[in-house]
Design a protein around this ligand. Structure first.
Ligand SMILES: Cc1cc2nc3c(=O)[nH]c(=O)nc-3n(C[C@H](O)[C@H](O)[C@H](O)COP(=O)(O)OP(=O)(O)OC[C@H]3O[C@@H](n4cnc5c(N)ncnc54)[C@H](O)[C@@H]3O)c2cc1C
Length: 401
């Protein structure tokens, strides 16, 4: 792959001090924040990105599977994910071109193994995969446990090395495109109300790294706070789902496909590192690894690919997935005019980053009236609207600064 080697341009100036360009604040600098900021900056927007605790982002924890079919997604989420999957080659190309860094994209396909033929037939996306008998399954996933008698191969699926490559590449691509980064916690959103009761964003309250507090005026912002989103918008039900992971070093090419077992998956990187994931824990923001979580993963590995238990362990980590009530993202116009939502991507944020960045830009660039009826985004804005969870008068619970 070709990567540009030219030196970094001089540091960006705060875009809010420039004039005439369209300006936007991106709240949160995890995977979505970086993807959205990069997409907007590439299209000439002046982007100011606010983030806190860089490494806590789930983007640094993700296995990076691009696996809508192996995940068995359905409905509008499958359509959105397939659209994102088709965008990945060009999107990765743009990030690599702007950053000069690789994203670790591998269109390696995914194998889902099953212990019975009935299970395979009942799998939601079975019609979109190639059936594998036991012999073909062994060819695609050498060493797979004899408990699995058949499988499905989804050659469309793939992976991005989110933890080691994509996040760094996106960050650098943003800087090179002039995105202005500021470290700090967004504590509150501020709005004005017009005579007809409509609220529109006018700014936010920020606590910077040195403890100073200040107000930042803004008319447009994108909320990308991941699992922490509800702290800013209590009426949008995004909660953390903790996932623990570990990695082992396999002999190179020991595994070429992502192996998506029931409860445990293996993601083989090109250099032989195999990521083993992941636990699903409803423990709020409780930090740290646990013996139970790690032994559950080790047991899952043994049941899926017994030989892999002899591969040396490398690293252990965890992160918090942003999960909504229906496990689907929240996208498009938010509860305040000028605020666009890009959160709640749960276990598919890497997969959905490309389409989220594009959809967010389309929404921001629409007429002030916000009419998207004829655009490709229309069905997604309806399916993933922020207020689909409850008919309650949502504005009532917004906290004013
Ligand atoms: C263990 C695990 C495995 C995963 N595997 C996959 C996978 O294989 N494939 C896939 O597609 N997805 C996967 N995901 C999901 C994916 O990582 C997430 O969906 C995605 O990272 C969400 O991106 P985000 O930007 O919304 O959140 P994050 O990446 O968590 O970023 C949110 C950022 O916002 C910042 N922030 C929060 N509140 C504030 C505030 N008030 N002010 C300033 N900054 C703030 C946080 O510090 C954080 O940096 C996995 C996730 C986990 C945890």
């Amino acid at each position: 792959m070709h990567h540009r080697q030219d030196p970094l341009p001089p540091p960006a100036v705060n875009p809010l001090h420039r004039s005439r360009q369209q300006q936007v604040l991106v709240l949160g600098g995890g995977l979505m924040g970086l993807a959205v900021a990069h997409g907007l900056a590439r299209h000439g927007w002046s982007v100011h990105l606010l983030r806190c605790v860089r490494r806590e982002a789930a983007g640094f924890a993700a296995a990076g599977m691009l696996a809508p079919h192996a995940e068995g997604l359905g409905g509008p989420l499958l359509t959105l994910a397939q659209r994102s999957l088709r965008m990945i080659p060009a999107w990765v190309g743009a990030v690599e071109e702007d950053s000069g860094l690789p994203c670790g994209w591998l269109p390696c396909g995914t194998v889902a193994p099953f212990t019975s033929e009935a299970q395979r037939q009942a799998f939601p996306t079975a019609a979109l995969g190639h059936p594998l008998d036991r012999a073909a399954l062994e060819t695609e996933a050498p060493g797979i446990s004899p408990a699995f008698i058949c499988g499905l191969l989804f050659p469309q699926d793939g992976q991005l090395d989110s933890r080691r490559r994509l996040m760094a590449a996106l960050e650098r691509a943003c800087r090179r495109r002039g995105v202005y980064f500021e470290e700090g916690v967004v504590e509150r959103l501020c709005w004005d109300e017009d005579g007809s009761g409509h609220r529109h964003l006018v700014g936010l309250a920020l606590r910077t790294d040195d403890g100073a507090r200040r107000q930042l005026p803004c008319g447009q912002a994108v909320l990308c706070c991941g699992a922490w989103s509800q702290q800013l918008l209590p009426q949008v039900p995004v909660t953390p789902v903790k996932g623990q992971m570990f990695s082992v070093q396999a002999p190179r090419q020991a595994l070429r496909r992502v192996l998506f077992g029931p409860g445990t998956y293996l993601v083989p990187r090109q250099d032989g590192l195999v990521v083993v994931g992941a636990t699903t824990e409803q423990v709020g923001f409780t930090p740290g690894l646990t013996p139970m979580g790690q032994s559950r993963l080790e047991q899952g590995l043994r049941q899926l690919l017994p030989a892999a238990t002899r591969w040396p362990p490398m690293e252990r980590w965890y992160g918090f997935r942003p999960c909504t009530g229906d496990q689907q993202p929240v996208l498009g116009p938010g509860p305040l005019a000028g605020l666009v939502m890009a959160t709640g991507h749960h276990r598919n944020g890497v997969l959905l980053a490309a389409v989220t960045a594009e959809l967010t830009r389309v929404v921001l660039e629409a007429d002030p009236g916000g009419c998207h009826n004829t655009s490709w985004v229309a069905p997604f804005l309806h399916a993933f609207r922020w207020n689909r969870f409850s008919p309650a008068p949502a504005q009532a619970s917004l906290r004013q600064a």
